[in-house]
Design a protein. Structure first.
Length: 331
């Protein structure tokens, strides 16, 4: 009998607790719901080989995005340069990437290194680059002196290799006339110092770190091609023009030098989110000091160029929105 009364007592207590629970919850109010932290969107940026200006610029853009574009994390990637970069953009394996204008035109047309057209949209034009032919042999002074030599022309499949081969072909020099050596800029500099290549052909800016380093430790001879040679080369390679670089730009450049020059660009996929493209383009132009601190050749960036220059590749709507806001869009 006592056991029965005990169980009845326990049951009454449990029932009272159950009935009281809603009242306790109501008085306490709803339990706070933690605010979820939005995941950062990762943006992969295609650069080139370490030591080249493409990778330095990609690193600068990475710093801008990570500091000034909330909700995004950028990572600069080492790549095989222009050709690989544009394929990565087309397959959306990277958010954006640097490339040369000529290679980009081939990509959208499905020509040259591309068997089918790629889908590309522009974000901005970057710095101008020049094709330098450097050697430690001061007796090499003409296009004919290139025959029979070992010439480092860039990474396999890179924009540098495409441009350098195009220049040589414009001079009537095919791969049967010289030995092509496929190396990155930093590796080519080492090969030149070690005697493993006769000539290093760089497609680089007017303040390229790898050239500065090379000219600091070696007596570099910049091959002084004639203006006529350079005009012929520029006519034979897409997206190239003729410029004259003043003496003293680099140590060892003792006289004004005629060079083939071209404009670089930043490409993305046409289907990339317009808000993301707008945010990145806006942040880069508004924080160019970060880019300049990463590589001096960013001084060649011109915002107006993106609104005026037309290479036959459409700009991304997100980029156009920014250029219209700042009044440089004239197309």
């Amino acid at each position: 009998m006592k056991t029965k009364r005990l169980w009845l007592l326990i049951g009454s207590i449990c029932l009272a607790l159950v009935l009281a629970l809603p009242l306790v919850v109501a008085c306490a109010g709803p339990a706070p719901t933690p605010t979820p932290t939005p995941e950062e969107k990762v943006l992969l940026l295609g650069g080139c080989g370490i030591g080249g200006s493409f990778y330095a610029h990609a690193t600068g853009l990475m710093k801008v995005i990570n500091q000034y574009v909330p909700g995004y994390e950028a990572i600069a990637q080492v790549t095989g340069c222009s050709v690989e970069n544009l394929r990565l953009v087309d397959t959306r394996k990277v958010f954006s990437a640097y490339a040369s204008v000529g290679v980009s035109q081939d990509a959208t047309a499905g020509e040259g290194s591309f068997t089918t057209p790629l889908k590309l949209a522009l974000m901005y034009y970057a710095h101008s680059t020049c094709a330098y032919f450097m050697t430690l042999d001061p007796t090499i002074n003409s296009t004919q002196d290139l025959r029979g030599k070992r010439i480092s022309i860039g990474d396999p499949g890179s924009g540098s290799a495409v441009v350098n081969l195009g220049i040589l072909e414009a001079w009537g020099i095919t791969e049967d006339d010289f030995t092509p050596v496929y190396l990155s800029e930093s590796a080519a500099a080492g090969a030149l110092r070690d005697g493993n290549t006769d000539i290093a052909a760089f497609v680089a800016s007017s303040s390229q770190g790898s050239i500065i380093e090379l000219t600091t430790v070696e007596d570099v001879h910049f091959i002084p091609f004639t203006k006529e040679d350079i005009e012929k080369a520029a006519a034979g390679v897409k997206g190239r023009v003729v410029i004259q670089m003043p003496a003293g730009t680099y140590k060892g450049m003792d006289e004004d030098l005629w060079l083939v020059a071209g404009v670089m660009l930043m490409a993305t996929h046409p289907d990339e989110d317009a808000d993301s493209v707008y945010a990145v383009v806006k942040a880069m132009w508004e924080h160019m000091d970060v880019m300049l601190a990463t590589h001096a050749s960013c001084a060649d960036y011109k915002k107006e160029q993106s609104g005026e220059l037309d290479v036959g590749i459409p700009f991304h709507p997100g980029a156009i929105k920014y250029y219209k806001e700042v009044g440089v869009w004239k197309k």
